[in-house]
Every structure is written in structure tokens, then in C-alpha cells.
Design a protein around this ligand. Structure first.
Ligand SMILES: [Zn+2]
Length: 294
């Protein structure tokens, strides 16, 4: 048996109508994995932060920085899977922007997810799967647009935002916002570790904790482009990846370093491209919907 899938139904918990739990311990075989047909990058916002050193401890103190926010949409047969949902649509063209931590960072949204989906003839209801890298507001701002989709999130992440172990006020604030933005999706699937979403190795959720307790990245295979790893927030900047630098906001420094190393190993094993969500200079060089990777 190549994949050990475990299904546990946990119904009747106070905050979850009925959650499915899945676990699968294996990454796909690079030679026999299936393919998705198309992968689109969506513009899911941009942010301005007033102190880069929060992300690059020991360097760039007091320097401002702009980050990109990126969502990805994969097509496989009749299924459409969106990876992260970006800054809330209510922020669209609001000159004041929106914030998760007002003293530190402000987000702006120049295009809505709904309008970008419409550019390729889709409605939010056509999206069948919503995979969440982690529960910071700039990644889950629009989960509510997809009430009928299957929402895939690491169990550790889900338990964390409903837990009571925030080490400081900032994290407490982020967790409260996460609960609000996540809402109560009808079909939530709690994932333990790595998970082969379609059972053919075309899309794999990869456990990369550290930024938050249940952070994940995603491995996708395309016919022409080969394997692509979407970072989530396992790393924010190319330079951090090169220097093994860990943002001070991360919940676990050692786990963050181990997760970056895991990604390096995967890049080698899959000859994969690695796209870093928030690295603005890298993101701006990538294809943008309606263009796509195939
Ligand atoms: Zn982020």
C-alpha cells in the first residue's frame, strides 16, 4: 500500500460542525506523480511594513519594505484548487488599507479575487478546494468567498488558533483575527503532516511548521514546467532562504530552520522551482493570471 490514509470523523465539536481528518505520510514519486493542467498566479495584495528587521533580525532595522501577497489557482480536471486567499476583498481600493498588526504592517488590495477569477470565466463557486498555508490574515482573508469548497488546513494550525497559548499580545490578536476570518467552513479537512490532495501526486501539501505551528507549503507538478513548490510563509525573502534567517514573529525558530532545510531537499529531489509568496521582486517576475504555467 503506497499511501496510508486515515479518515477520522470528528463531528459535534462545538466549533466544527463536522471535520474530516486525513493523514498521509509520503511525498510523491518524482517519476510517477500526476499533473495539474494549469497553474495561475493571482495578485492577492501587497503590504508595506515599517521595519524590515522583524523579518530579517539583526539587519535592516527601521527600513521600510514592500511585500507581495500571492495566491495560486491550480486546475486539475473539473477541480479548481486555490492556494491561500489573500487580503480581504473589503480592502479593495481603500486608501487607508487594512492591517493585521497596525503598528507594523498595512495591506492594500488592487484587484479582487472575484474579479480575477472572472477574467478566466470562473465564479468563486467553481473553486472546489481551498488550501490554506497558515492562518495569518493576509492568507485567509477571503475563505468566506468559498463556503462550499473543501478547506484544507493542518490540524496543528486549526488547534492553535482555537487554543489558549499565545505568548504575547501580537500573537493573541492574530489568533483572534484568524478565527474571525476562517469562520466556520462547511467542509473543513484537517490534515496531519503531508497530504496528497488528489491521490495522484499532482498536488501535495507539505508540512513546514515554524512560521506558525501548522504552516504548510505546497508541491505541484505540471507537464511543461515540472515541479513547483509554493512557499506559504516557510520563508519570506530569497535572502532569508540563502542565509537561513528566521523572522522574529515566527512561533518556532528551530522548526523554521528545519522546514527551510526540508524545502532545500525537495528542490533537489524534484528539480523544483520555488516561488516565495511575499518576495516582491521575485513575484513580479512570475506569470500573472490570465497567463498561466502549464
Ligand atoms: Zn504572510
Amino acid at each position: 500500500m503506497t499511501r496510508a490514509l486515515k479518515f477520522v470523523f470528528a463531528c459535534g465539536l462545538s466549533l466544527l460542525a463536522c471535520a474530516t481528518t486525513v493523514a498521509s505520510g509520503e511525498l510523491p514519486d518524482p517519476n510517477s506523480a500526476g499533473f495539474v493542467e494549469k497553474l495561475y498566479r493571482l495578485d492577492c495584495g501587497r503590504s508595506l511594513a515599517n521595519d524590515e528587521s522583524v523579518w530579517t533580525p539583526g539587519e535592516n532595522q527601521g527600513r521600510s519594505i514592500e511585500f507581495s501577497s500571492t495566491c495560486w489557482l491550480a486546475k486539475r480536471g473539473k477541480d479548481w484548487l486555490i492556494w491561500d486567499t489573500g487580503v480581504p476583498e473589503a480592502t479593495f481600493k481603500d486608501p487607508k488599507g487594512w492591517s493585521t498588526l497596525p503598528k507594523l504592517i498595512v495591506y492594500h488590495l488592487d484587484k479582487t479575487l472575484t474579479d480575477q477569477l472572472a477574467e478566466i470565466g470562473l465564479k468563486p463557486a467553481d473553486v472546489t478546494h481551498v488550501a490554506i498555508s497558515h492562518t495569518h490574515g493576509d492568507h485567509i482573508g477571503n475563505v468566506g468567498l468559498f463556503p462550499d469548497a473543501r478547506v484544507l488546513i493542518q490540524r496543528a494550525e486549526h488547534e492553535w488558533i482555537y487554543g489558549d497559548n499565545a505568548p504575547n499580545e501580537n500573537v493573541k490578536q492574530l489568533m483572534a483575527l484568524a478565527r474571525k476570518l476562517m469562520g466556520n467552513p462547511r467542509h473543513i479537512q484537517l490534515v496531519d503532516g503531508d497530504f496528497d490532495v488528489f491521490g495522484d501526486g499532482s498536488v501535495t501539501l507539505v508540512s513546514t511548521p515554524g512560521h506558525t505551528p501548522g504552516s504548510q507549503s505546497m508541491l505541484v507538478r505540471l507537464k511543461q514546467s515540472g515541479f513547483i513548490i509554493l512557499s506559504g510563509d516557510v520563508v519570506h525573502l530569497e535572502e532569508n532562504f540563502a542565509k537561513n534567517r528566521v523572522p522574529s514573529l515566527n512561533t518556532d525558530k528551530e522548526a523554521s530552520i528545519a522546514s527551510m532545510e526540508r524545502i532545500r531537499q525537495m528542490i533537489k529531489r524534484y528539480q523544483a522551482k520555488f516561488f516565495i509568496n511575499h518576495d516582491k521582486s521575485e513575484s513580479s517576475g512570475l506569470k500573472l493570471l490570465p497567463a498561466f504555467y502549464d
